[in-house]
Structures are given as structure tokens and as C-alpha cells.
Ligand binder design. Structure first.
Ligand code: ZN
Length: 393
């Protein structure tokens, strides 16, 4: 069992309050971490670790748990740079823009899709992200949704079936027929590859009754629920996610007081993806301050996708959440690590307590505050090797 001691850590973010200063981040100064066999086995003072096969001195830098990006769409063909430019020239975003990518994804080979997704995963990992959720949702037919999930399952264990991204172009005049496909033949083909099922609840996508049918069918196949909710305007998505016990309601840009109360009371994380609000030039950002003050669990994710949030950078998302969503720098770091783990219902990632997966990210700075304080600066990199998917199906 090979062991490595990461020593000389100026500031260690454990996300375990009792391992550090009692705050949610569990901050510990002048620390060391011992990892063996892919797990954290000891956390303590600098220079105090038991003997290890290898010792790495991080020379006073900050170390934190690898980021947990709980919302991404990395399997797609084509590019929407021209649409982005048009939007920045004044055109509004509507949910239907997804169909542009659907055409390109259906035309792409599995090898092309895998090559692209693999490059994006590597891009995330280089920036310190250790756990990545990947959705389908640009196929919208049985063969392409299945192919998308086969690609995703080669890259992560957190695979989400999103046949209900928008109604497929062939079904624009028969949306209920499409829901039948998504909950029938397509689900049967996709469920064995996925852990989660997701639905975009929005005008132009799916309404509450359709979403309830889709998530219910997924549950019958053992898939946990996630919801794209309240992105473009207030709607039923958040309440439905809380009612059905979804792991996460994502976006949460337009919330009523009742939505905030529901999230505070439920075991459903509010996942904010301010990169999407940035890239669509949304006049409104999600009010993370209001959610945290109400007692909701807030996560931050990239929503990396070619149409509305083509960033893979959680440090950028952290900076946005601080500037635009009212989070403190410490809350934003927690939300991008422990919050993401909560949104995926994972106990082995998002913290550095004993037994956690050995996923350590180093910040080329003395403190986690620098992530928001120095936006756009590439400060983070992985200290440990990124995990490979355990469950090849
Ligand atoms: Zn999304």
C-alpha cells in the first residue's frame, strides 16, 4: 500500500469543522495530510505525520478537497460560438437553442463525442476538479442518447440521463408522444448506464405534469432525480424537485419565497450555475445569500455546455458567486466542494476527513480567499491523480 504525505500546507480546507477551526470549512493552518491506497488516512500538524513512502512539500500553499462539479453537459457535437456572439449583440436566449447542438451531436461519431468529452474532462481536472457529473441530452433519440451515456460512463460514475432536455424536433407537434418515448423505450435503453435522471422544467421545455411522469419513470428504474429548475422565470421546478426528494434543483435563478422555504426544508441542494447567467447575460443572478440565510444547502457547478455556459472553471464560478450571488469567499469554496458532494449525495468526496477519497487540489496562494480575490488567474491544480470511473458497465 503506497502512501504519500502532503506536508507544509499553509492552509488546509478540510470541510470537517472539528478537524480545524470549527467553521464549516474546517480550516487548519500548518497542516499535513497522509494518503494511502487512494484514501485520506491521517490529517494533522505539519511535520507530525507518520512515516510515508513519499513526501510532497507544498511550501505553505493552500490545499482543499478537489472541486465537485455536479452539473455538466460534456457530450455534444459542434460549437455555438456564433450564437453566443449574436446573444452578446442583443438577441435573447430561449430554451430551443439546444436543438442546434442536437443536430451536430446526432451527426458525430462516438469517437468524436468521446474525444471532445475527454478533452473537457482533462481541462476540468487541470483546474482542480476531481468529481464530475456528466449528462446526456443532445441526442433526443434512443440511439444518440444511449451513445452519449456510453461516452459519459467511460469518464465518470456520475452519469445523468437527460432525454428530457427539450422536446425532440420530430415531436414538436406531439410533446406527450415524446414524453412517452423518454419514459419508455429511451429510458429502458439508457437506465442501465446512468445513476441519475434529469428534466428541464421551463416554458419551451417540460411542464410540471410531464416532469413528474419523467422523474417517476426514472425512479422505477432506480434512477435518482435532478431538476433544471427556475432558470429563466419562476415556475414549478423547484417545488417539484423538493416534493419528489430530488438530490438537487439546478439554476434557481428565479425563486419565490415559497421556493426558498421548500429548499430550506428539503434534502434537495440548490445548485447555482452562475456561469450560465454570465454567458446568457442574464439580468438576474441567483440569490445565494437568501438561500444560505434561509438554511438551504447551496452547491456551485459549471453547467459546462456549448450553448449557455461554456466554462469548465470552478474557480471562475466561485468568483462569480461571490461577486453576483452574495456568497462570501468561504461559502463559495464550500459550495464548490462539500456543496457539490451534497448535490450528488456523495460522502467520500468534497471533504478531506479520514476515509475521504484522496482528491487534493492545491491553490498557488496562501489562502482559499485568493480564488475569488484573483478572478481569472489559473491558481489551482490537482495534487493527486484524478480518479477513474469505478463502475464500467
Ligand atoms: Zn444544465
Amino acid at each position: 500500500m503506497a502512501s504519500t504525505c502532503y506536508d507544509g500546507i499553509g492552509e488546509l480546507i478540510t470541510n470537517v469543522p472539528e478537524l480545524g477551526d470549527g467553521s464549516p470549512l474546517g480550516v487548519r493552518h500548518d497542516a499535513a495530510v497522509l494518503v494511502a491506497d487512494g484514501e485520506v488516512v491521517w490529517v494533522g500538524d505539519r511535520g507530525g505525520a507518520p512515516a510515508a513512502d513519499e513526501r510532497v512539500d507544498v511550501e505553505g500553499r493552500c490545499v482543499l478537497p478537489g472541486f465537485v462539479d455536479s452539473h455538466s453537459h460534456l457530450v455534444f457535437g459542434g460549437d455555438r460560438a456564433a450564437e453566443f456572439a449574436a446573444r452578446m449583440a442583443g438577441e435573447a436566449y430561449a430554451a430551443g437553442g439546444i436543438r442546434t447542438t442536437v443536430t451536430a451531436t446526432r451527426e458525430a461519431s462516438e469517437l468524436e463525442l468521446l474525444g471532445r468529452a475527454r478533452r473537457l474532462v482533462a481541462e476540468m481536472q487541470r483546474q482542480g476538479t476531481a468529481t464530475i457529473e456528466i449528462k446526456s441530452g443532445y441526442g433526443l433519440d434512443v440511439a444518440t442518447e444511449r451513445r452519449s451515456l456510453e461516452v459519459a460512463a467511460q469518464l465518470t460514475d456520475e452519469v445523468t440521463y437527460l432525454g428530457a432536455h427539450v422536446v425532440a424536433p420530430e415531436y414538436v407537434d406531439d410533446p406527450d408522444g415524446y414524453v412517452e418515448l423518454v419514459t419508455g423505450e429511451m429510458l429502458t435503453a439508457c437506465a442501465p448506464l446512468a445513476r441519475w435522471i434529469d428534466v428541464f422544467v421551463e416554458d419551451g421545455a417540460f411542464d410540471a405534469d410531464q416532469a413528474r411522469a419523467i422523474l417517476g419513470a426514472g425512479a422505477a428504474h432506480g434512477l435518482g432525480a435532478r431538476v433544471h429548475a427556475n432558470q429563466l422565470r419562476p415556475g414549478p421546478g423547484v417545488q417539484l424537485a423538493c416534493e419528489l426528494g430530488a438530490a438537487s434543483a439546478d439554476h434557481c435563478t428565479h425563486l419565490t419565497d415559497d421556493d426558498v422555504t421548500a429548499l430550506a426544508d428539503a434534502d434537495t441542494a440548490a445548485t447555482l450555475v452562475p456561469g450560465a447567467d454570465f454567458c446568457t447575460r442574464s439580468p438576474v443572478y441567483p440569490d445565494g445569500r437568501r438561500l444560505i440565510d434561509a438554511g438551504a444547502t447551496v452547491a456551485l457547478a459549471s453547467d459546462c455546455n456549448p450553448g449557455t455556459s461554456f466554462t469548465s472553471s470552478l474557480p471562475f464560478v466561485i468568483a462569480l458567486a461571490v461577486r453576483e450571488c452574495g456568497l462570501t469567499p468561504s461559502e463559495a469554496v464550500w459550495a464548490a466542494t462539500a456543496g457539490g458532494a451534497a448535490a450528488l449525495r456523495r460522502r467520500d468526496v468534497g471533504h478531506l476527513g479520514v476515509g475521504a477519497r484522496a482528491a487534493l487540489t492545491v491553490v498557488d496562494a496562501p489562502s482559499h480567499l485568493h480564488l475569488a480575490y484573483r478572478p481569472g488567474v489559473p491558481l489551482t491544480r490537482p495534487l493527486t491523480k484524478p480518479p477513474t470511473p469505478a463502475k464500467r458497465r
